[in-house]
Design a protein around this ligand. Structure first.
Ligand SMILES: [Zn+2]
Length: 178
């Protein structure tokens, strides 16, 4: 298990040619736009990013992220631990004018600078994979004990109650809505 930090920037002029691969964590403290959704603002997100030139010479950022975060349950307002996991698949554009020519199946990321700010990429992808609603599993809601459960415990409880639709909502990756 690596504890290395993801670099703050990568140089877009070289990293794709080198087929760079980065793995590491980003402290949630560095993601204020995402932190505003959280009850507990500590912790980090684990990220893997691959920088690829595809067959059409598009700059593709492909990878994944995962984070254990604490949101407010929308029924009882107590903290609820949620596991966020998502794939990242972005096409890097150096100019908004390129949007017009982008293949429909690719998500754009416009970066006009030669330095790509990785934290902002990670932050936006995290916000996109937040569940639309967050609830405790049925039966655990409004119980004080739940608020002290660790992410792992919460996950176990969720998988035990996988037939509960709310639990499924929490446990599964929620598809991007935008
Ligand atoms: Zn609740």
């Amino acid at each position: 298990m690596s504890n290395s930090r993801l670099p703050v920037y990568v140089d877009t002029r070289t990293i794709f040619q080198q087929q760079g691969k980065l793995t590491g964590s980003v402290a949630l403290e560095r993601l204020p736009g995402f932190q505003q959704y959280l009850v507990d603002k500590s912790g980090e997100v684990e990220v893997e990013l691959n920088f690829i030139l595809n067959e059409s010479s598009r700059k593709i950022i492909s990878g994944s992220l995962s984070a254990n975060v604490t949101l407010a349950c929308q029924r009882c307002l107590e903290p609820v631990d949620i596991i966020l996991q998502d794939r990242i698949q972005l096409a890097l554009l150096s100019d908004e004018a390129e949007l017009e020519y982008l293949e429909a199946d690719l998500e754009p990321w416009v970066c006009e600078d030669k330095h790509l700010d990785l934290a902002s990429v990670v932050e936006e992808q995290l916000i996109l994979c937040l569940p639309i609603v967050s609830y405790h599993p049925e039966g655990d809601c409004q119980l004080g004990m739940v608020s002290t459960a660790t992410g792992e415990l919460a996950q176990e409880e969720m998988s035990k109650k996988a037939k509960n639709p709310f639990a499924v909502l929490q446990a599964l990756k929620i598809d991007k809505t935008e």
